[in-house]
Ligand binder design. Sequence first.
Ligand SMILES: CC(=O)SCCNC(=O)CCNC(=O)[C@H](O)C(C)(C)COP(=O)(O)OP(=O)(O)OC[C@H]1O[C@@H](n2cnc3c(N)ncnc32)[C@H](O)[C@@H]1OP(=O)(O)O
Ligand SMILES: CC(=O)C(=O)O
Length: 556
Amino acid sequence: MSRRVQLYDTTLRDGSQGEGVTFSVQDKLLITQRLDEAGFDFIEGGFPLSNPKDAEYFQRVRDLDLKHATVCAFGLTRRKNTAAEDDVTLKALVDAGTPAVTVVGKTWDLHVNEIMRIDRAENLAMIADSVAFLKAEGKRVIYDAEHFFDGYRANPDFALETLRAAADAGAEIVVLCDTNGGSLPDFVARAVHAAREAIRCPVGIHCHNDSDLATANTLAAVQAGAIQVQGTINGIGERCGNADLIAAAANLALKLDFDVLLPAQDGAGGVQHLTELSRFVYETANLALRRGQPFVGSSAFAHKGGMHVHAVNRLASSYEHIDPAKVGNERRILVSELSGRSNIVAAATKLKIDADDALMRTVLAKVVELEHAGYQFEAAEASFELLVKKCAGTFQSHFNRDHYRVNIESGQETRVAGEEPVTEASIKLRIPMPDGSEEVRHEVAEGDGPINALDAALRKALLPVYPQLAEVTLTDYKVRVINPTEGTAAKVRVMIESHGSGPGEPADWSTVGVSENVVEASWLALCDSIEYALARTAAPEATAEESVQPPVPSPS
Ligand SMILES: CC(=O)SCCNC(=O)CCNC(=O)[C@H](O)C(C)(C)COP(=O)(O)OP(=O)(O)OC[C@H]1O[C@@H](n2cnc3c(N)ncnc32)[C@H](O)[C@@H]1OP(=O)(O)O
Ligand SMILES: CC(=O)C(=O)O
């Protein structure tokens, strides 16, 4: 049977020490619930002495009906020259009301001498008194040995003595911390062996990522006998972050056959929900996803090079270290100028388009041509889908441009009055109707800038005919200069992200437009977004014979 490794999550405490990370009490409660559902063994909820938010969390977390996890409150050993029973941190830990508490103490003589400015005997007494006091209060005590690896390197006898002080006073586990994140895996393994020999209780590991080695050091420690892994979801944390529990859990379960999280199913060791959990924490913390994050990032199993896609289509493991489904992720095939026919076939199959050889060559040639002109399809899957339909002759446009005009008025008086320029767009469209006739719509709208005005006029013209567009919103708009050496005559690429919440599943999609004129580039991306939205809510596609559109219209 596989050995169980305890996963101790400190996203809510050490994770919140990361730059740009802040959780509300409600966020913390939601994350606690999710971590419990995923099968984490310990959840360090916060530092109750530190701030009223953390203190409130410990009040409210009692109302959650947690099934598996033990919630821990975190704090320091008693202050120097203070009795444990009079110490405010220890009192706050007791008052937090959790079954387990984690106290951090000093291990490195440099910190004892230079930072705390106490003698070694007092440091050992602070550790022993604090653990003994909390034990006497009925708590399970986890002892975090701050800077253990630096301390062991500098003065191994003293570092091990601090661990013994905690273990002998009743700590159930001593967790060895690479606080500065500077250690290398072979040293970590040696130091873990030494710690295990020096104390009676088991050891855990807590690594920081300053050398980009937090996961490697964590695995080395477990292989050297550590039974608990501390870290954070997505590796968020102070400076370069903590060990990422996502990568640690996946490696432990899938590469090293340890038992983590929920009981093993299909040999996956309870890690099937890691992608969902990772994204939930990013969303809750309002942080941007890391595309290239191992195991769970959106690019973790995204194949772009034509030769790779060709091989993956034959045998996925030829370019994948695990089956993405094992961690709840999915394979993606990207389309770009680096594509071969295999990329196009894979993408077309996903769109349920019959991929004959001639069509694939046409699509591939068009993608290469357009990417050369500045388009980028790998992040604009909706524009790519329209392109394939155009090449296949199955695209039916829902509106055709007659013309648009954008007018911006900004005079000296406007500036003097501190007013924004007035932007107005007018638009004339021809809309094919089901009875074969054509409706001409001419509309004018104002907006905060030319793109906003154009979008408003387009919607005004289309909404009476296509009311479902009321459910479509533009969620992001990015402009990139493609050939900056051309100055203001440079080409620009506009990427638009849209969201639809109407009939069918809510969905997000991206579109692209390229031109030397930013308004025209935006118009092209905007039109693709609207066409895509209308196609997804429309009746089944026309066949190539029924289609009235000429194949492959020029996109610009
Ligand atoms: C490795 C880690 O991540 S440990 C956790 C770090 N996290 C945080 O610091 C976030 C939360 N911290 C806080 O809210 C505050 O710093 C508090 C409430 C803990 C303390 O605030 P203050 O009392 O104002 O002290 P301040 O932060 O300036 O200094 C820390 C004091 O604790 C002492 N101290 C530091 N570590 C320890 C320890 N393990 N045990 C006991 N005392 C300690 C320091 O020596 C210093 O006291 P001194 O000035 O008498 O020498
Ligand atoms: C305890 C802790 O967070 C550290 O030593 O890094």
